[in-house]
Design a protein around this ligand. Structure first.
Ligand SMILES: Cc1cc2nc3c(=O)[nH]c(=O)nc-3n(C[C@H](O)[C@H](O)[C@H](O)COP(=O)(O)OP(=O)(O)OC[C@H]3O[C@@H](n4cnc5c(N)ncnc54)[C@H](O)[C@@H]3O)c2cc1C
Length: 508
């Protein structure tokens, strides 16, 4: 460092707090558009919930198990092309004729979702021949929502037949499904993957269901070698342009100047990082708690602090003996009973269901090297240990975790008899693990709950009441890889021309 640099610390155009998917995407957009940026990530590894980990040489995904819209020309593919990472990721397509499969143990029946709109209708109609028209209507309606939201369809606004409107955001998943069918079994099958939005039938707005399901029906891929690839590739692109991505850099506060603007952020080690603008990838309530109360309007602060979060999950990771378990070309959703909602609530019956997928090191492997599986879990069950240290929690916590893991393995074995014999190593994450790594309140799966009964109050915009502070990440707009990507463009659009950015994405 020169004497001058010591006197005049570096000042970036943008400091981004958090190197999760949202922080890294907004940093790459700004960096590509010529701004100087720094990403400050508290953890050793980038990616937040997608950082994953390795055991016995097997890479496990801690978030982002599969993505939609990744065939050339589809929405996520175009976004990633603009971000210069589309051809650097190793992915494999899930089965065209059953990317998601749903098994209901009580009836013994299994149903499949096909990729492609016509294929989806065709495959489900084989199980529900008398309901073909309802299945077609379902597909038509979710497809329309994808079309009407121009950041998803990537259509110029003046070419939209209609825009997303109050009718979509005020309608719950239940209200939507009431218009599609009254058949309980078909309803159950069409809503059985509600874990992808941690939904509540009467609360979740149906446009959320529609945008996510529409993207998976377009096409479904999973990462081979971990979803953290996205984070690593984004960081490479950001650094290639001479910008900074710094890990083990925990932000503990904002420093204000004379006026209403933030001047710098304070890191745990005492360093101050200066910038003209700050974008927080932390959960909005974590961000609010770092702002002195006199710097932000009480009503705004209270609204953010009081928002409810989606439930958390328990994850199970299994290292398998070589050549012992097939590499599945689909995700399996298993339900012990016909209940598909609120699976996190009853500790006696837990786990009532699970979603699982296989993990491999290379695409198209015959056998799996690992299994990742998740089931919703209530944060209240682990809350009493939340102040303990990740590496040194009370014995009682480890006993709880072990009991839940063994119960989980029993349920997995009920579907795959003999599975235990093929396990080399088994471990689990609880809601506390997610809380520790992301600082998302209650280890929430997808952050703040969008409520169709009060959509405007539960919608978070990227701009805040502090002129040079904005927000990015899964709490803006919609969660998930596609949702966070779209939200990151919205956040960048506060500083750049959004329509121009979307033009570039469309033509990438
Ligand atoms: C189990 C699970 C499965 C999922 N499956 C899928 C899927 O199959 N498909 C899909 O599309 N999506 C899936 N998702 C959702 C998707 O992974 C998330 O929506 C997305 O990755 C969230 O990114 P984010 O940037 O908003 O948040 P985060 O990943 O939470 O990033 C926030 C970052 O901020 C950092 N941070 C927090 N506080 C500080 C601080 N004080 N200083 C510095 N840094 C800080 C954190 O360490 C973290 O890196 C899944 C999520 C989970 C949890």
């Amino acid at each position: 460092m020169t004497e001058l640099e010591k006197e005049v610390p570096k000042k970036y155009d943008f400091a981004i707090i958090g190197g999760g998917l949202g922080g890294l995407i907004v940093a790459q957009i700004l960096s590509k558009e010529g701004k100087s940026v720094v990403v400050l990530e508290k953890n050793k590894h980038l990616g937040g919930v997608i950082q994953g980990f390795k055991r016995h040489g097997v890479t496990f995904d801690t978030g982002a198990h599969y993505i939609g819209g990744f065939e050339p020309g589809q929405n996520l593919y175009q976004y990633f092309k603009y971000l210069e990472i589309h051809d650097k990721l190793v992915l494999e397509s899930l089965s065209k004729d059953g990317f998601d499969r749903f098994h209901f143990a009580q009836s013994g029946k299994t149903y499949s979702y096909g990729q492609g709109y016509e294929n989806f209708v065709e495959i489900l109609s084989q199980d529900f021949p008398e309901h073909r028209a309802a299945i077609q209507k379902y597909v038509d309606e979710i497809r329309k929502v994808g079309e009407y939201y121009h950041l998803y369809s990537l259509k110029p606004v003046d070419q939209l037949e209609q825009r997303l409107n109050f009718d979509h955001i005020y309608k719950s998943v239940k209200a939507f499904m009431d218009e599609i069918t009254t058949d309980p079994e078909l309803r159950r099958v069409l809503l059985a993957s509600n874990l992808v939005y941690a939904g509540d039938e009467e609360v979740t707005p149906w446009y959320i269901h529609a945008l996510i399901l529409n993207s998976y029906i377009q096409s479904s891929h999973r990462f081979v070698g971990g979803a953290s690839q996205m984070a690593l590739q984004l960081a490479l692109r950001i650094r290639e342009r001479g910008n900074d991505v710094i890990t083990k850099a925990e932000v503990i506060g904002f420093n204000f100047g004379e006026g209403r603007n933030i001047q710098s952020v304070q890191l745990q080690d005492g360093t101050q990082v200066f910038a003209d603008n700050f974008i927080s990838n932390m959960h909005p309530s974590t961000t609010m708690k770092m702002i002195p109360p006199d710097r932000i309007r009480k009503t705004f602060r209270e609204r953010i602090l009081n928002m409810k979060n989606t439930y958390s999950i328990f994850s199970v990771y299994l290292v398998l003996k070589p050549d012992s378990f097939p590499n599945l070309d689909h995700n399996l959703y298993f339900f012990r009973e016909d209940k598909i909602w609120n699976l996190h609530q009853d500790i006696k019956q837990w786990p009532p269901a699970f979603m699982m997928l296989t993990q491999t090191a290379k695409p198209n492997e015959k056998y799996a090297s690992g299994i990742t599986s998740i089931c919703p879990m209530n944060y209240e069950w682990v809350k009493k240990w939340e102040s303990s240290n990740l590496k040194n929690r009370p014995q009682e916590y480890y006993e709880f975790k072990e009991e839940m893991l063994q119960r989980y393995l029993d349920v997995l074995e009920s579907y795959y008899p003999g599975l235990r014999d093929n396990i080399v190593h088994a471990e689990a994450n609880t809601p506390l693990t997610y809380y520790h790594y992301t600082h998302t309140p209650e280890g929430s799966l997808y952050g703040i709950i969008h409520d169709s009964n009060d959509p405007l109050r539960t919608h978070i915009a990227p701009a805040t009441k502090i002129p040079n502070l904005s927000l990015v990440g899964q709490n803006i707009d919609v969660h998930g890889v596609l949702g966070v990507t779209v939200g990151s463009f919205m956040a960048a659009g506060l500083h750049l021309n959004l329509e121009n950015l979307i033009d570039q994405v469309r033509n990438a």
